[in-house]
Design a protein around this ligand. Structure first.
Ligand code: FAD
Length: 384
């Protein structure tokens, strides 16, 4: 992984560092030059997924017997860090590798893993997870999407919104009620193979404030048959499975938050050293130096906290409250740091051709998805 001013994190071994170099090169050659086009079309090219898969950048943590990298969360985090450092948010790795593949690894049957994971690792199958609905985001147990059992299949009815990778996904984990009277115990996870699924419809790819290259979509289900063997885990166990995986999802977001703010700071330091005002570089001004000194301190402290969380997660000791702390605090820092960095660019910072404007706009969603930051604080407060 790119060595920062804080040095190489302890959780990155030599193998991880080598993987980071492959990832860095991949994003610089296959993604960054195409930002504008991906933004316009609101998704990355399908070939990008396949190239990432061929280089071993997808599903690093999936065991090699299922086609994955056979690594640990640290390897996944290395790739996510390099992506964020490159300023890319189009390729939906957070969800694909960081979330969906792990649901299958942890909760899938042997048959399910053998069927889907090799394709996810190669990039032939793009994964997504559909929890949120127009009437149920934070309040997940109120989802209205129904899965009604009939013989050897369920019939899926309802709609989802804000689904990352929604426009491109081939495999969709759908959160649905199998027993509406049972509250959270009536929620199940069904794996929908979207290709030619009757009654499945993708709505528009949504227009967003940032993350323009990321295909975030509305999805509709109208009597969509899903074979019973596509049920993930036990019927009614979906809510517990979702809760169990939350620390990982929060850490995935935190990893990208820190890498993105490190990049924002580097961009800004380079800029203020070359931009001249009143006959001297901006960096000569005490305000600018002090501003950057403060930002560098925030970024360094963020890195140290994140590294501690990643080490704990890899050791199996990261508790949910600390994962929530990492998610809210690091994404808040990401937004604050990119905002203050952008300010130092003056009007140029507001122009889309400058990376800092992308880093600023893309940061904002991080405080919302993966559980809003308010929810994080609520969860933390319950442990106090
Ligand atoms: C770019 C993007 C990508 C996304 N990708 C996905 C995806 O792949 N899959 C998916 O399922 N969803 C996805 N989401 C949806 C996201 O998870 C939800 O937007 C989020 O959970 C919030 O739900 P909501 O939008 O319905 O807001 P609401 O639940 O309506 O919340 C509105 C406000 O009320 C606050 N609030 C709600 N409850 C409480 C409470 N108890 N205490 C204090 N404050 C509270 C919230 O924090 C928020 O500030 C994505 C969203 C975005 C923006």
């Amino acid at each position: 992984m790119t060595t920062t001013t804080a040095g190489r994190p302890r959780w990155v071994d030599d193998e991880g560092a080598a993987l980071g170099e492959v990832a860095r090169d991949f994003f610089q050659t296959e993604v960054v030059p195409h930002f504008e086009r991906f933004d316009q079309q609101k998704h990355v090219d399908r070939e990008v997924w396949l190239k990432a898969g061929a280089l071993g950048l997808l599903c690093c943590e999936v065991p090699d017997e299922y086609g994955g990298g056979g690594g640990t969360f640290a390897h996944e985090a290395v790739v996510l860090s390099e992506q964020a450092r490159a300023g890319d948010t189009g390729l939906g790795l957070q969800v694909h590798s960081g979330v969906v593949a792990q649901y299958l690894v942890i909760h899938g049957t042997e048959e399910q893993k053998a069927r889907w994971l090799p394709g996810m690792a190669s990039g032939d199958i793009v994964g997504a997870v559909a929890m949120s609905e127009p009437g149920a985001g934070t309040d997940l147990k109120n989802v209205r999407t129904r899965a009604t059992r009939g013989g050897d299949h369920y019939l899926l009815n309802g709609s989802k919104t804000f689904i990352s990778n929604g426009a491109q996904c081939d495999l969709l984990i759908v959160v649905a009620k199998t027993d509406p009277a049972a509250g959270r115990n009536g929620i199940s996870l069904l794996v929908l193979e979207t290709a030619a699924a009757p009654g499945f419809r993708r709505g528009r790819t949504l227009d967003k404030l940032g993350l323009h290259g990321q295909d975030t979509a509305e999805l509709f289900f109208d009597d969509v048959p899903v074979p019973v063997e596509n049920l993930l885990g036990a019927e009614g166990a979906g809510f517990g499975m979702l809760m169990r995986e939350l620390p990982r999802e929060r850490l995935v977001i935190a990893v990208t938050a820190v890498a993105a703010m490190e990049r924002a700071l580097e961009e800004t330091i380079a800029y203020v050293k070359t931009r001249e005002v009143f006959g001297a570089p901006l960096f000569a001004m005490q305000h600018v130096k002090f501003e950057l000194a403060e930002l560098a301190t925030i970024v360094r402290a963020s890195r140290v906290f994140l590294d501690d969380c990643v080490e704990k997660f890899c050791a199996g000791t990261l508790d949910p409250a600390t994962a929530s702390m990492a998610k809210w605090w690091l994404t808040q820092n990401q937004c604050d740091v990119t905002d203050r960095c952008l300010q130092l660019f003056g009007g140029y910072g507001y122009m889309r051709e400058y990376l800092i404007s992308r880093l600023y706009a893309d940061a904002r969603a991080q405080k919302i998805y993966g559980g809003t930051n308010e929810v994080m604080k609520d969860l933390i407060s319950r442990t106090l």
